[in-house]
Design a protein around this ligand. Structure first.
Ligand code: CA
Length: 303
């Protein structure tokens, strides 16, 4: 893994509703290096590909199953069987309180016919396409909220590792990167569960990442929020924290999230964001909702 990698964040989610098979097929056709899967268990222990433990901001669950919400007024993936989840219509992300679409210029809300799917269904799509196209595009699964799953009496991690192994993803050579925000759980995956997969620790903005030596003892890379890499702007140019160089000294790859052409924040253009982080800060890859744009940029700017 020597070139900079493009990870399709929830698929080509800038163009189609996130984590649908359609968004994955589009990202695949764009030649992203990896497609991302966020994983949450169903009531009957099927790993589902969905960003949150909740259903009500990307599906019509509130309309189809109005009585199935918890006391906090949220609908949980874990309260529904696989067959029930399959009845839901998936749509572009929205605010369940107002009904308003989150990213205004993306795929129109409630249009089309999209469904949730399992990890197995997505791997079958990707491996099938690898077969029919001759490409070798990887998977980048994330264990979501292991503590929540444990409190619900479920062990997401073991179930996911078994599914991955069943489909041939066992070692660093198998084109699979496993990610998690939970330091304890990722360490458990390496030390107790003896996984030989390529492991990436995701980090929150306010998280202390000074313990990189400890992280490097069980992980192969880190997935920071991109702002953790940026320092102040001097003469119109961004300077950087020592995170990337410190990580590289420990042989840790750095794959920050999330590159969005329609949510630029401190950058004046997507081009500036890509130049600043991919080239100037020398990260090793990135999570993006717009894989085609990053792939084109790297084609022109990487030798
Ligand atoms: Ca994720």
């Amino acid at each position: 893994m020597n070139h900079k990698i493009v990870i399709a964040h929830r698929g080509a989610s800038g163009y189609l509703p996130e984590h649908t098979l359609e968004a994955k097929a589009m990202a695949y056709a764009m030649n992203a290096d990896f497609l991302e899967q966020d994983l949450v268990l169903s009531k009957d222990n099927i790993p589902m590909v969905i960003h949150d433990i909740y259903l009500d901001d990307v599906t019509d669950v509130a309309k189809k199953y109005p009585t199935r919400k918890r006391n906090d007024n949220r609908f949980y993936v874990i309260d529904f069987t696989f067959d029930e989840l399959k009845t839901l219509q998936v749509t572009e992300r929205f605010d369940p309180k107002t009904g308003n679409q989150f990213y205004k210029n993306r795929f129109p809300i409630w249009k089309g016919n999209f469904k949730l799917h399992s990890l197995q269904e997505e791997i079958e799509l990707i491996q099938g396409l690898n077969n029919s196209t001759g490409k070798n595009i990887g998977i980048y699964p994330e264990i979501k909220e292991p503590e929540f799953h444990k409190k619900e009496g479920k062990n997401l991690t073991e179930i996911v590792l078994k599914t991955l192994a069943d489909f041939g993803y066992k070692t660093k050579k198998d084109n699979c990167i496993l990610q998690c925000f939970d330091t304890k759980e990722l360490k458990r995956i390496r030390v107790e569960l003896q996984s030989e997969l390529f492991l990436v620790l995701l980090t929150e903005f306010d998280q202390d990442v000074k313990n990189l030596v400890e992280i490097a003892s069980f992980a192969d890379g880190i997935g920071p929020y991109y702002k953790q890499i940026l320092s102040e702007k001097v003469d119109g140019k961004f300077t950087f924290t020592s995170l990337v160089t410190d990580a590289h000294k420990l042989n840790l790859k750095v794959h920050p999230y999330t590159f969005r052409a329609d949510a630029l924040d401190e950058f004046s253009s997507f081009e500036e964001m890509m130049q600043t982080l991919l080239i100037n800060a020398n990260i090793d890859g990135c999570f993006t909702d717009f894989p085609d744009l990053v792939i084109n940029f790297l084609k022109e700017n990487q030798h």
